[in-house]
Design a protein around this ligand. Sequence first.
Ligand SMILES: NC(=O)c1ccc[n+]([C@@H]2O[C@H](COP(=O)([O-])OP(=O)(O)OC[C@H]3O[C@@H](n4cnc5c(N)ncnc54)[C@H](O)[C@@H]3O)[C@@H](O)[C@H]2O)c1
Length: 395
Amino acid sequence: MALGLSMSARRKFRTVIERKLFDTGGDQLAALLRERRTLLITTPTVYRLYGGKVQAFLGDHKLNASIEVVRLSEERKSLEAIEEICALSIDHRLGRNDILLAVGGGVCSDLVGLGASMIRRGIRHVRVPTTLVGQIDAGVGIKCGVNFRNRKNYLGAFHPPTAAHIDPSLLATLDLINVRHGLSEIIKIALVRDSKLFELIESYGHRLLHSRFQSPAYVADRVIRRSIELMLEELSQNPFETNTKRLVDMGHTFSPTLEEESGFSLPHGEAVAIDLAYSCLLAEDLGILSSEHSQKVIRLLQRLGLPVSSPLVTVELCKTAISNAIAHRAGQLNLVLPARIGKGMFLESASSLNEDRLKRVLDRVLAAAASSSSKSAERLGERRAPINLQIAKES
Ligand SMILES: NC(=O)c1ccc[n+]([C@@H]2O[C@H](COP(=O)([O-])OP(=O)(O)OC[C@H]3O[C@@H](n4cnc5c(N)ncnc54)[C@H](O)[C@@H]3O)[C@@H](O)[C@H]2O)c1
């Protein structure tokens, strides 16, 4: 006789977009935190910039909350940091119904989320993402994780937050590099889902970048809202990634291998931009995408100061990336390509991706990159030092 346990859990989380969350807004967040103990975890940079406002918010709403400022960074995205978060939950006597509140970028929300998934086998966590990547991607998904044995996000969990509170005014202090990383992900989702969003970025991307999404505020908010909506629509159909056909994987087939090849000195957002450019030209070469549309994408990336190529991109690297993707996607390539701006499709197998084609596309990418070399020179002053992280691949 076979005995089984039938389990079903329907969980929902709320995403609220509200400017001036810690100034004049925040009533919904305060209502959620009331009646519980909250341990707010943030990072030194975010605390320096917003700690005063956060403290005033907690005090004004008379919340039972403590703040811990923890050094959380990509270099420290490890089990050691998880232990630190778990130890803090003991120090602050967090109970089953209490809340961990992450106020920070994607690293902070991934670490706090994973800590929350482990403490007492799962307590609530709430996110206030403070980077563009956090607001439109990391902070509104249900995944969390840490790097392990040189593998990016190798250990992790699906542990949905109770809520994500998105305040675009927190982006005002972000550096341009990090705004670009978020824009790269926004272009990705627009490319496979929404031509209108793509047009908005074409028209306003430059202003949004340089104002750090502060002006025009109504456009910034619309772009953020729409990107989140699209991301949530995609995730809700396939929350646990059992289906390896994921439109959100646009720009994420060649980029993981490229990041790895760079020793992780190439930031994820830039690797995604390079992948987007290569994928568009590949789609054009396969007769899937018109030249008019592929050129539009490449022009937009370049106008926003995102790279479209790197000396590290070679035919060999593309071949390795393709076999890595097949291994990662349970035996199918499922390369996401745009059929037109706003509509993605899947190339299921690699049979049409012969060496000649990969080389021809690479030559075209290099030609496009050469035409924008002056822009790259302009950006050199913004480039930060490579991080000292030897990670093998995104999981
Ligand atoms: N869980 C997911 O679904 C998911 C999705 C995408 C990315 N991620 C993860 O997210 C991480 C990347 O996130 P990220 O790009 O936010 O990086 P990050 O968290 O490292 O933040 C980038 C930088 O911005 C600074 N910062 C944060 N908020 C700021 C603000 N308001 N003003 C000024 N500076 C600020 C931080 O101190 C940091 O130096 C990666 O570890 C990635 O694996 C997870």
